[in-house]
Design a protein around this ligand. Structure first.
Ligand SMILES: [Zn+2]
Length: 126
């Protein structure tokens, strides 16, 4: 059975969305994705690179500074995922927009939780 591209409800083969609401929401989603695509991937690249450098700093020189930097970058990624919840295309295709956005928000929350834990560890344990 074919599914609505937005909410994944089962629909007729001749249709793409189950209702006008879903079509509208999907258009808003794709517009927002297109507009923010470049900036989001740039920020993600910088943040992931930052995490790698932070981990190296933590292991090689200063555990506390490394952990705090790493926490900051994890937090940035979490916020970016929350504001721009654009999953990779394969995920969006498989789960449809609504679920893919939810997945990205869950990842965002996990990144923020990880950053807070790392911050506390960096401040009080290391
Ligand atoms: Zn729908």
């Amino acid at each position: 059975m074919k599914q609505c591209e937005y909410c994944a409800r089962e629909i007729d083969y001749s249709k793409q969305y189950c209702c006008d609401e879903c079509e509208k929401n999907a258009k808003i989603f794709f517009n927002k994705e297109k507009r923010s695509e470049k900036i989001v991937s740039a920020v993600n690249c910088i943040a992931f690179l930052g995490i790698m450098v932070s981990v190296i700093i933590a292991i090689a020189f200063m555990p506390k500074l490394g952990a705090l930097c790493c926490a900051a970058f994890l937090f940035i990624i979490g916020i970016i995922f929350a504001i721009f919840p654009f999953a990779p295309e394969s995920i969006t295709k498989k789960y449809k927009i609504k679920k893919a956005v939810l997945l990205m928000r869950i990842f965002a929350l996990l990144f923020v939780i990880a950053s807070v834990i790392l911050l506390l560890v960096g401040l009080f344990v290391l």
